[in-house]
Design a protein around this ligand. Structure first.
Ligand SMILES: Cc1cc2nc3c(=O)[nH]c(=O)nc-3n(C[C@H](O)[C@H](O)[C@H](O)COP(=O)(O)O)c2cc1C
Length: 170
């Protein structure tokens, strides 16, 4: 059975939940998949494929995902890679700008070309922000300024993406 690692970075857990859902869908489709925080991944030995999940923050991929890409440059070149990103915080913002951010960010990393990329609406809760993000959101010029909590993650789109991906991982 194909062994796949779904490695993710996440500040507030929304990408973690999506990574767990992607792993569960892959499992259902006969791919042996496990979700793990990217910072806990020491080696890619034993995995045939890697799915990286990252939130976008200020146009960048999560630092743990970037670090994984840098640490495993050679191992990734020999494996099937797929990448998904979360952002923006609500559906009405559309996915185009976030998709552009993901591609620009990936072009700056040593990542091989992914067989699939997905960009999904994320979630946002001002009450849960860490200090740095809270300060940022408090700036009147910030797009987060005054935004209420949203969770418009499109679980159907996420599932469809994972199903399509499972066919490429067999
Ligand atoms: C401070 C901050 C900056 C963000 N910057 C971006 C961004 O540049 N592009 C984007 O698409 N989404 C951006 N987002 C939205 C996050 O990617 C989204 O909330 C995501 O679900 C967070 O995932 P996490 O809980 O796994 O960390 C930002 C969110 C916050 C709080």
């Amino acid at each position: 059975m194909t062994q796949v690692l779904v490695a993710y970075g996440s500040r507030y857990g929304t990408t973690r939940e999506v990574a767990e859902s992607v792993a569960a869908t892959l499992q259902e489709r006969g791919v042996s998949a496990e979700a793990k925080p990217a910072r806990e991944v020491r080696s890619l030995d034993g995995y045939d494929g890697v799915v990286l999940g990252t939130p976008l923050y200020m146009g960048m991929v999560h630092r743990d995902v970037r670090a994984l890409l840098e640490r495993n440059r050679e191992a990734l070149a020999e494996r099937t890679l797929a990448v998904f990103a979360l952002g923006p915080i609500k559906a009405e913002d559309g996915l185009d700008a976030s998709r552009e951010q993901l591609f620009t960010a990936l072009a700056k990393t040593p990542a091989p070309t992914p067989v699939a990329t997905g960009v999904f609406v994320g979630a946002y809760d001002p009450a849960r922000l860490g200090l740095r993000d809270r300060l940022l959101a408090a700036l009147p010029a910030s797009p987060l300024h005054g935004e209420p909590a949203h969770d418009e993650r499109d679980w159907e789109a996420i599932r469809r993406w994972a199903i399509e991906l499972s066919d490429r991982l067999h």
